[in-house]
Design a protein around this ligand. Sequence first.
Ligand code: 6PG
Length: 254
Amino acid sequence: MAHIWKYPDGDAAVEALADCLTSDIRRTLSRQACYRWALAGGSTPGRLYRRLARPDAAGLIDWGRMRLFWGDERCVPPGDPRSNYRMARESFLDAVPIPVGNIFPIDGTLDPERSAEAYAAVLGEKPLDCVLLGMGDDGHTASLFPDTPRLREECRTVIASRSPVPPVHRVSLSLRSINAARCVLFLVLGNHKDVAVARVMDQLGRKDAFLPAAMVDPGRGALHWFLDQDAAALLNRESQAVSIENTIRRRTEP
Ligand code: 6PG
């Protein structure tokens, strides 16, 4: 079951997500040796990473027992401004006492298929404790895009994919990996995501769901969506379908 959490603004959503995540980390590390967390890419998660880098949050986490992975990566060098690894490193990894050997970036310099195979070996078969995800305004998540052949990959844990927007070549956890996680957390902010959020919420839990973010269902795992009110603006209207179409019409009229 998906838990949908709506907040007045992005800062409140980030604060709540940081609290949820640090609580899960501490609770999990009270009963197991390490915590395996797949980071999200794009720009939105940077707000969470910077919040976790502040001493009041960073001091709650035993960074020596964290193992950090990525949900996806663009096939670019690690120093490229478009690199998800670079974004995370600059947003918090350089500021917290995590051993470099605990950080497992996806190699964006290899051929995408080879990089996916190599990362699958690094990730192993053990389910992740947490996968953090964002969502694009087309309903994609990680680098799983609508109507792409690999979207319903059943066997592989990591796949090469192609984005409709540059950088085209990507490496991504498959839905199989994401849905095997013990906890999946979405952070989606901003009114430019409101239509996609409404469409995804309409598909959540349905077998005919076709938007990648709506196909994320960790089953017995926890699924939490952290939204600000702008991203959630079309939810719980008397008829979401009407709200979605009215919004699209309003935005596309000349
Ligand atoms: C990526 C991300 C991608 C991202 C969405 C939202 O590599 O781009 O994995 O899935 O989460 O595109 O991106 P923003 O947070 O920048 O809107």
